[in-house]
Design a binder for this molecule. Structure first.
Ligand code: KG4
Ligand code: ZN
Length: 334
Protein backbone atom coordinates (compact mmCIF):
# COMPACT_ATOMS: atom_id res chain seq x y z
CA UNK A 1 0.00 0.00 0.00
CA UNK A 2 1.44 3.30 -1.07
CA UNK A 3 -0.83 6.33 -0.76
CA UNK A 4 -3.04 7.20 2.20
CA UNK A 5 -5.25 10.25 2.42
CA UNK A 6 -5.73 11.62 5.96
CA UNK A 7 -8.76 13.63 7.05
CA UNK A 8 -9.06 15.47 10.38
CA UNK A 9 -12.31 17.14 11.50
CA UNK A 10 -12.54 16.50 15.25
CA UNK A 11 -12.78 20.12 16.40
CA UNK A 12 -12.25 23.46 14.67
CA UNK A 13 -9.46 22.62 12.24
CA UNK A 14 -10.16 20.97 8.90
CA UNK A 15 -7.04 19.02 7.92
CA UNK A 16 -6.28 16.99 4.80
CA UNK A 17 -2.96 15.40 3.86
CA UNK A 18 -1.49 12.75 1.63
CA UNK A 19 1.09 10.30 2.95
CA UNK A 20 3.08 8.19 0.51
CA UNK A 21 5.28 5.27 1.50
CA UNK A 22 8.92 6.10 1.05
CA UNK A 23 8.23 9.79 0.66
CA UNK A 24 6.32 10.80 3.78
CA UNK A 25 3.73 13.55 3.82
CA UNK A 26 3.78 14.90 0.29
CA UNK A 27 1.03 17.47 0.57
CA UNK A 28 -1.15 18.92 3.30
CA UNK A 29 -3.69 21.65 3.95
CA UNK A 30 -5.12 22.94 7.21
CA UNK A 31 -7.97 25.37 7.54
CA UNK A 32 -8.57 26.95 10.95
CA UNK A 33 -12.13 28.06 11.49
CA UNK A 34 -12.52 31.65 12.60
CA UNK A 35 -16.26 32.03 13.19
CA UNK A 36 -15.96 30.86 16.79
CA UNK A 37 -14.03 33.89 18.01
CA UNK A 38 -17.12 36.05 18.55
CA UNK A 39 -18.63 33.33 20.78
CA UNK A 40 -15.52 32.83 22.90
CA UNK A 41 -15.40 29.08 22.26
CA UNK A 42 -15.98 26.41 19.64
CA UNK A 43 -19.66 26.18 18.66
CA UNK A 44 -20.20 22.54 17.58
CA UNK A 45 -22.89 23.20 14.96
CA UNK A 46 -20.83 25.95 13.32
CA UNK A 47 -17.79 23.68 13.33
CA UNK A 48 -19.68 20.90 11.51
CA UNK A 49 -21.02 23.26 8.87
CA UNK A 50 -17.61 24.77 8.26
CA UNK A 51 -16.04 21.32 7.83
CA UNK A 52 -18.77 20.46 5.37
CA UNK A 53 -18.11 23.64 3.44
CA UNK A 54 -14.33 23.28 3.35
CA UNK A 55 -13.49 19.60 3.25
CA UNK A 56 -14.42 18.58 -0.33
CA UNK A 57 -12.46 21.47 -1.86
CA UNK A 58 -9.46 20.76 0.34
CA UNK A 59 -9.41 17.09 -0.68
CA UNK A 60 -9.43 18.13 -4.34
CA UNK A 61 -6.68 20.62 -3.69
CA UNK A 62 -4.41 18.14 -1.94
CA UNK A 63 -4.87 15.48 -4.62
CA UNK A 64 -4.25 18.01 -7.39
CA UNK A 65 -1.17 19.46 -5.69
CA UNK A 66 0.21 15.95 -5.18
CA UNK A 67 -0.64 15.14 -8.80
CA UNK A 68 -2.56 12.01 -7.96
CA UNK A 69 -6.10 11.04 -8.95
CA UNK A 70 -8.52 9.62 -6.36
CA UNK A 71 -8.09 6.26 -8.08
CA UNK A 72 -4.43 6.35 -7.11
CA UNK A 73 -5.31 6.21 -3.41
CA UNK A 74 -4.89 2.97 -1.48
CA UNK A 75 -6.78 3.91 1.70
CA UNK A 76 -8.44 6.83 3.46
CA UNK A 77 -7.70 7.47 7.13
CA UNK A 78 -10.02 9.72 9.11
CA UNK A 79 -10.38 10.83 12.72
CA UNK A 80 -13.03 8.58 14.25
CA UNK A 81 -12.78 10.16 17.70
CA UNK A 82 -12.58 11.59 20.27
CA UNK A 83 -14.04 14.99 19.43
CA UNK A 84 -17.25 16.81 18.60
CA UNK A 85 -19.77 14.27 17.27
CA UNK A 86 -21.11 16.40 14.40
CA UNK A 87 -17.65 17.53 13.35
CA UNK A 88 -16.33 13.96 13.39
CA UNK A 89 -19.30 12.81 11.32
CA UNK A 90 -18.40 15.16 8.48
CA UNK A 91 -14.92 13.61 8.18
CA UNK A 92 -16.14 10.06 8.74
CA UNK A 93 -18.98 10.22 6.21
CA UNK A 94 -16.75 11.86 3.62
CA UNK A 95 -13.95 9.33 4.13
CA UNK A 96 -16.15 6.24 4.23
CA UNK A 97 -18.28 7.18 1.22
CA UNK A 98 -15.23 8.15 -0.81
CA UNK A 99 -13.52 4.88 0.13
CA UNK A 100 -16.67 2.93 -0.83
CA UNK A 101 -16.86 4.65 -4.20
CA UNK A 102 -13.20 3.90 -4.84
CA UNK A 103 -13.36 0.34 -3.50
CA UNK A 104 -10.57 0.96 -0.97
CA UNK A 105 -10.45 0.61 2.83
CA UNK A 106 -11.32 3.37 5.29
CA UNK A 107 -9.26 3.51 8.49
CA UNK A 108 -10.75 5.07 11.65
CA UNK A 109 -8.00 6.82 13.64
CA UNK A 110 -7.88 7.90 17.29
CA UNK A 111 -7.12 11.64 17.28
CA UNK A 112 -4.72 11.38 20.22
CA UNK A 113 -2.77 8.59 18.55
CA UNK A 114 -2.33 11.02 15.68
CA UNK A 115 -0.80 13.54 18.08
CA UNK A 116 1.33 10.87 19.78
CA UNK A 117 2.84 9.56 16.55
CA UNK A 118 3.28 12.95 14.86
CA UNK A 119 6.76 13.64 16.34
CA UNK A 120 7.99 10.58 14.39
CA UNK A 121 7.43 12.55 11.19
CA UNK A 122 10.23 14.88 12.21
CA UNK A 123 13.91 14.44 11.59
CA UNK A 124 15.51 13.39 13.87
CA UNK A 125 12.54 11.47 15.23
CA UNK A 126 12.56 10.55 18.92
CA UNK A 127 13.07 6.87 19.57
CA UNK A 128 10.59 4.79 21.52
CA UNK A 129 9.94 4.60 24.41
CA UNK A 130 9.09 8.12 25.55
CA UNK A 131 6.74 10.10 27.73
CA UNK A 132 4.36 12.26 25.70
CA UNK A 133 2.87 15.47 26.99
CA UNK A 134 -0.21 16.44 25.01
CA UNK A 135 -1.40 19.93 25.83
CA UNK A 136 -4.07 21.54 23.69
CA UNK A 137 -7.40 23.30 23.94
CA UNK A 138 -9.16 19.99 24.44
CA UNK A 139 -6.62 17.74 26.14
CA UNK A 140 -3.97 17.63 28.83
CA UNK A 141 -2.42 14.18 28.99
CA UNK A 142 0.81 12.54 30.07
CA UNK A 143 1.23 9.21 28.32
CA UNK A 144 3.88 6.51 28.46
CA UNK A 145 4.50 5.48 24.86
CA UNK A 146 6.34 2.18 24.47
CA UNK A 147 5.57 1.94 20.74
CA UNK A 148 2.67 2.46 18.33
CA UNK A 149 -0.53 1.41 20.08
CA UNK A 150 1.25 0.80 23.39
CA UNK A 151 -0.02 3.66 25.50
CA UNK A 152 -0.43 3.98 29.23
CA UNK A 153 -2.09 7.12 30.51
CA UNK A 154 -0.02 8.45 33.39
CA UNK A 155 -2.05 11.53 34.16
CA UNK A 156 -4.72 13.80 32.74
CA UNK A 157 -6.65 16.88 33.65
CA UNK A 158 -9.48 16.49 36.12
CA UNK A 159 -11.21 19.59 34.75
CA UNK A 160 -10.05 22.20 32.22
CA UNK A 161 -7.40 21.44 29.62
CA UNK A 162 -4.28 23.64 29.73
CA UNK A 163 -5.23 25.45 26.51
CA UNK A 164 -8.75 25.93 27.81
CA UNK A 165 -7.33 27.61 30.92
CA UNK A 166 -5.29 29.93 28.67
CA UNK A 167 -8.37 30.66 26.55
CA UNK A 168 -10.58 31.42 29.54
CA UNK A 169 -7.93 33.67 31.04
CA UNK A 170 -7.59 35.42 27.70
CA UNK A 171 -11.29 36.12 27.71
CA UNK A 172 -11.12 37.57 31.22
CA UNK A 173 -8.26 39.79 30.09
CA UNK A 174 -10.29 41.03 27.14
CA UNK A 175 -8.21 39.16 24.54
CA UNK A 176 -9.43 37.13 21.55
CA UNK A 177 -10.17 33.41 21.11
CA UNK A 178 -8.25 31.16 21.13
CA UNK A 179 -6.16 33.34 23.37
CA UNK A 180 -3.13 31.29 24.45
CA UNK A 181 -0.75 33.10 22.19
CA UNK A 182 -2.15 36.53 23.14
CA UNK A 183 -1.84 35.78 26.86
CA UNK A 184 1.78 34.73 26.23
CA UNK A 185 2.35 37.94 24.30
CA UNK A 186 0.85 40.10 27.03
CA UNK A 187 2.88 38.22 29.65
CA UNK A 188 6.12 39.37 28.01
CA UNK A 189 5.53 42.85 29.43
CA UNK A 190 4.54 41.61 32.89
CA UNK A 191 6.15 40.65 36.17
CA UNK A 192 5.28 37.02 36.99
CA UNK A 193 6.10 37.50 40.66
CA UNK A 194 3.97 40.52 41.46
CA UNK A 195 0.87 38.49 42.30
CA UNK A 196 0.78 35.10 43.92
CA UNK A 197 -0.77 32.22 41.94
CA UNK A 198 -1.43 28.66 43.09
CA UNK A 199 0.47 25.77 41.49
CA UNK A 200 -2.42 23.32 41.29
CA UNK A 201 -1.90 19.68 42.33
CA UNK A 202 1.89 19.88 42.64
CA UNK A 203 1.90 18.99 46.29
CA UNK A 204 -0.26 15.95 45.74
CA UNK A 205 1.27 12.71 44.53
CA UNK A 206 0.36 11.52 41.06
CA UNK A 207 0.41 12.98 37.60
CA UNK A 208 -3.06 14.40 37.16
CA UNK A 209 -3.65 18.07 36.43
CA UNK A 210 -6.34 20.52 37.50
CA UNK A 211 -6.54 24.04 36.12
CA UNK A 212 -9.96 25.21 37.23
CA UNK A 213 -8.76 26.49 40.64
CA UNK A 214 -6.11 28.57 38.91
CA UNK A 215 -8.75 29.99 36.60
CA UNK A 216 -11.00 30.90 39.57
CA UNK A 217 -8.05 32.54 41.33
CA UNK A 218 -7.23 34.52 38.19
CA UNK A 219 -10.83 35.63 37.78
CA UNK A 220 -10.90 36.89 41.39
CA UNK A 221 -7.64 38.78 40.90
CA UNK A 222 -8.80 40.43 37.68
CA UNK A 223 -11.92 41.60 39.51
CA UNK A 224 -9.74 43.51 41.97
CA UNK A 225 -7.28 44.99 39.45
CA UNK A 226 -7.02 47.63 36.75
CA UNK A 227 -6.27 46.92 33.07
CA UNK A 228 -2.76 48.29 33.66
CA UNK A 229 -2.18 45.29 35.97
CA UNK A 230 -3.17 42.77 33.29
CA UNK A 231 0.35 42.05 31.95
CA UNK A 232 1.45 41.10 35.48
CA UNK A 233 -1.59 38.84 35.82
CA UNK A 234 -0.94 37.24 32.42
CA UNK A 235 2.70 36.65 33.37
CA UNK A 236 1.83 35.20 36.78
CA UNK A 237 -0.82 32.93 35.29
CA UNK A 238 1.49 31.69 32.54
CA UNK A 239 4.27 31.05 35.04
CA UNK A 240 1.92 29.00 37.23
CA UNK A 241 0.82 26.82 34.29
CA UNK A 242 4.41 26.38 33.10
CA UNK A 243 5.71 25.49 36.59
CA UNK A 244 2.93 22.95 37.09
CA UNK A 245 3.54 21.26 33.75
CA UNK A 246 7.32 21.15 34.26
CA UNK A 247 6.96 19.58 37.71
CA UNK A 248 4.59 16.90 36.38
CA UNK A 249 6.81 16.11 33.39
CA UNK A 250 9.86 15.64 35.59
CA UNK A 251 7.80 13.44 37.87
CA UNK A 252 6.53 11.37 34.92
CA UNK A 253 10.06 10.71 33.67
CA UNK A 254 11.20 9.74 37.14
CA UNK A 255 8.22 7.45 37.72
CA UNK A 256 8.59 5.63 34.39
CA UNK A 257 12.39 5.63 34.31
CA UNK A 258 12.18 6.93 30.73
CA UNK A 259 14.57 9.48 29.29
CA UNK A 260 12.74 11.29 26.52
CA UNK A 261 9.83 13.70 26.69
CA UNK A 262 7.86 14.48 23.55
CA UNK A 263 5.46 17.41 23.46
CA UNK A 264 2.52 18.07 21.16
CA UNK A 265 -0.67 20.10 21.08
CA UNK A 266 -1.24 23.84 20.62
CA UNK A 267 0.09 24.84 24.05
CA UNK A 268 3.45 23.26 23.22
CA UNK A 269 3.95 26.30 20.98
CA UNK A 270 4.37 28.35 24.18
CA UNK A 271 7.93 29.69 24.18
CA UNK A 272 8.10 30.06 27.94
CA UNK A 273 7.05 26.42 28.44
CA UNK A 274 9.65 25.24 25.94
CA UNK A 275 12.39 27.24 27.62
CA UNK A 276 11.43 25.97 31.07
CA UNK A 277 11.34 22.33 29.93
CA UNK A 278 14.63 22.68 28.08
CA UNK A 279 16.20 24.11 31.23
CA UNK A 280 14.72 21.42 33.50
CA UNK A 281 15.41 18.48 31.16
CA UNK A 282 18.38 19.42 28.96
CA UNK A 283 18.53 17.58 25.62
CA UNK A 284 15.69 15.27 26.52
CA UNK A 285 12.72 17.18 25.13
CA UNK A 286 11.40 16.85 21.55
CA UNK A 287 8.96 19.27 19.98
CA UNK A 288 7.39 18.53 16.65
CA UNK A 289 7.51 21.44 14.20
CA UNK A 290 4.69 23.90 14.89
CA UNK A 291 2.40 22.71 12.04
CA UNK A 292 2.43 19.26 13.59
CA UNK A 293 1.70 20.53 17.10
CA UNK A 294 -1.81 21.71 16.26
CA UNK A 295 -4.55 19.60 14.71
CA UNK A 296 -3.74 18.54 11.16
CA UNK A 297 -4.42 15.90 8.52
CA UNK A 298 -0.79 14.79 8.25
CA UNK A 299 -0.84 13.12 11.67
CA UNK A 300 -4.01 11.25 10.70
CA UNK A 301 -2.58 10.05 7.38
CA UNK A 302 0.60 9.01 9.25
CA UNK A 303 -1.34 7.12 11.94
CA UNK A 304 -3.29 5.57 9.06
CA UNK A 305 -0.02 4.27 7.65
CA UNK A 306 0.73 2.59 10.99
CA UNK A 307 -2.77 1.05 10.97
CA UNK A 308 -2.92 0.36 7.23
CA UNK A 309 -3.88 -3.28 7.83
CA UNK A 310 -6.90 -2.30 9.89
CA UNK A 311 -8.91 -0.60 7.19
CA UNK A 312 -12.50 -1.78 6.62
CA UNK A 313 -14.77 -1.79 3.60
CA UNK A 314 -18.09 -2.25 5.37
CA UNK A 315 -19.35 1.23 4.49
CA UNK A 316 -20.37 1.89 8.09
CA UNK A 317 -20.11 5.50 9.21
CA UNK A 318 -19.18 5.36 12.85
CA UNK A 319 -17.66 7.97 15.14
CA UNK A 320 -16.52 7.72 18.75
CA UNK A 321 -16.82 11.17 20.40
CA UNK A 322 -15.58 9.58 23.64
CA UNK A 323 -12.85 7.02 23.13
CA UNK A 324 -10.31 6.28 25.88
CA UNK A 325 -6.81 6.19 24.44
CA UNK A 326 -5.81 3.13 26.41
CA UNK A 327 -8.43 1.04 24.61
CA UNK A 328 -6.16 1.06 21.56
CA UNK A 329 -4.09 -2.01 20.75
CA UNK A 330 -0.86 -2.28 18.83
CA UNK A 331 -1.33 -1.95 15.07
CA UNK A 332 -2.06 -5.20 13.24
CA UNK A 333 0.86 -6.41 11.17
CA UNK A 334 0.26 -8.77 8.28
O1 KG4 B 1 -3.90 21.63 19.47
P1 KG4 B 1 -4.72 22.84 19.23
O2 KG4 B 1 -4.44 23.68 18.00
O3 KG4 B 1 -6.24 22.51 19.12
C1 KG4 B 1 -6.92 21.67 20.01
O4 KG4 B 1 -7.39 22.20 21.03
O5 KG4 B 1 -6.99 20.45 19.71
O6 KG4 B 1 -4.57 23.75 20.55
C2 KG4 B 1 -5.17 24.99 20.64
C3 KG4 B 1 -4.88 25.55 22.02
C4 KG4 B 1 -5.70 26.79 22.33
O7 KG4 B 1 -6.28 26.63 23.62
C5 KG4 B 1 -4.67 27.90 22.31
O8 KG4 B 1 -5.00 28.99 23.15
C6 KG4 B 1 -3.43 27.19 22.79
O9 KG4 B 1 -3.50 25.92 22.16
N1 KG4 B 1 -2.20 27.87 22.40
C7 KG4 B 1 -1.31 28.40 23.28
C8 KG4 B 1 -0.30 29.02 22.52
N2 KG4 B 1 -0.58 28.84 21.20
C9 KG4 B 1 -1.76 28.14 21.15
N3 KG4 B 1 -1.32 28.40 24.62
C10 KG4 B 1 -0.29 29.02 25.23
N4 KG4 B 1 0.70 29.64 24.58
C11 KG4 B 1 0.76 29.66 23.24
N5 KG4 B 1 1.77 30.26 22.60
ZN1 ZN C 1 -5.84 17.79 18.99
Amino acid sequence: MQSILGIETSCDETGVALFQAGQGVVCERVYTQVDHEQYGGVVPELASRDHLRKLPGMIDEVLKAADISPKGLDAIAYTQGPGLAGALLVGASTAVSMAQALGIPAIGIHHMEGHLLSPLLDDPAPEFPFVALLVSGGHTLLVEVQGPGEYTILGETLDDAAGEAFDKTARLLGLGFPGGQEVAQMALAGDPNRFEFPRPMVNRPGLDFSFSGLKTHTRGLIGQCQPSDYPDIAAGFEQAVVDTIVIKCKRALKQTGLERLVMAGGVSANTHLRQALDAALPSRVYYPRPELCTDNGAMIAWAGWHRRHEGVMDGKIKVRPRWPLDELKSPRIT
